[in-house]
Design a protein around this ligand. Structure first.
Ligand code: ZN
Length: 245
C-alpha cells in the first residue's frame, strides 16, 4: 500500500471514527432519556405502593378502634343498668367510677379514630396525586417511546454499517500503522492531522521544525507530530483540490 493510499485510508478511518463517536453520543443520549422516564415512573409507582400499604394499615387500625368503641358502648349501657340497680351509695359510687373510666376510654378511642381518619385521607390524597403524575408520565412515555425507539433503531443501523465500513478500511491498512493509530486515538480522541501549508499541525497548532516540514513536503510521508504525537502528513493544496473535485 503506497503512502498516499495509506493517507487516504487514514482519513477515511478518521471520518468514520468521528461519525461513530457522534452516533454513540446520540445512542447514549436517547437511551438516557428513555431510562430516565422509566426510572421516574418506577419511583412514582413504588411511592404509590408504599402509600397503599400505609392506607390499608391505617384503615385496619381505624376499624379495630371502631369495634372497640362499640364494645365499650355496650359496656357503658351495662354499667348504666347496674347504676339503676345500685342500692347503697358505695355501690353507686363504684359504678360511677366505672362509668367515668369507660367514658374516658371511649373519648380516647374516638380521638384516635379522628386522627386515623385524617391520616387515611392524607394517604388517599397522596395516592390520588401520584395517580395523576403516573398518568402524565405514562402518556409522555407513550408519545415519546416510539419516537425514541425509531431514533435508536436508525442510529444503531447506521452504526452497524459504519462499523462494517471501518473493518474494510482497517483490513487495507498495515497492521503496525493501524495499531499506532489506535494507540494515539485512545489517548487523544483523534489520531491524525494534516499539516497546513505554513507548516503547523492542524490538530495542536504547533509549528513543525523546518526540516520536518521540508521532508513532509518533498514526498508523501507519514510522521508523528513532536508536540501531540498524532500521525501527520502533508497534502499539497493542488492535490487536495483534485481529490475533492
Ligand atoms: Zn500536533
Amino acid at each position: 500500500m503506497s503512502i498516499p493510499d495509506q493517507i487516504h485510508a487514514l482519513e477515511e478511518l478518521a471520518a468514520i471514527d468521528a461519525d461513530l463517536r457522534t452516533l454513540d453520543e446520540t445512542l447514549t443520549q436517547e437511551r438516557g432519556v428513555l431510562s430516565g422516564l422509566k426510572a421516574n415512573l418506577k419511583k412514582l409507582e413504588e411511592k404509590r405502593e408504599t402509600s397503599k400499604t400505609a392506607v390499608a394499615a391505617s384503615d385496619r387500625t381505624r376499624n379495630d378502634a371502631i369495634t372497640d368503641v362499640r364494645t365499650m358502648m355496650q359496656q357503658l349501657e351495662h354499667s348504666r343498668e347496674k347504676m339503676g340497680r345500685a342500692r347503697t351509695e358505695r355501690e353507686s359510687n363504684a359504678v360511677q367510677r366505672e362509668l367515668e373510666e369507660l367514658r374516658k376510654l371511649v373519648r380516647d378511642r374516638e380521638d384516635e379514630i379522628g386522627k386515623l381518619t385524617t391520616e387515611g385521607d392524607a394517604h388517599r390524597q397522596t395516592i390520588e396525586s401520584l395517580d395523576a403524575d403516573i398518568g402524565k408520565l405514562k402518556a409522555e412515555l407513550g408519545s415519546s417511546e416510539g419516537d425514541i425507539h425509531s431514533k435508536l433503531g436508525q442510529a444503531e443501523g447506521e452504526r452497524t454499517s459504519r462499523a462494517q465500513g471501518r473493518d474494510a478500511v482497517v483490513k487495507k491498512l498495515p497492521t503496525v500503522l493501524y495499531r499506532r493509530y489506535e494507540t494515539i486515538r485512545a489517548k487523544r480522541g483523534t489520531a491524525i492531522a494534516a499539516v497546513t501549508v505554513d507548516g503547523t499541525c492542524r490538530a495542536c497548532n504547533m509549528a513543525l521544525a523546518p526540516q520536518m516540514f521540508h521532508r513532509l513536503r518533498r514526498e508523501p510521508l507519514l510522521e508523528q507530530c513532536p508536540s501531540c504525537n498524532r500521525i501527520i502528513y502533508f497534502v499539497p493544496p493542488v492535490a487536495a483540490a483534485k481529490e475533492s473535485s
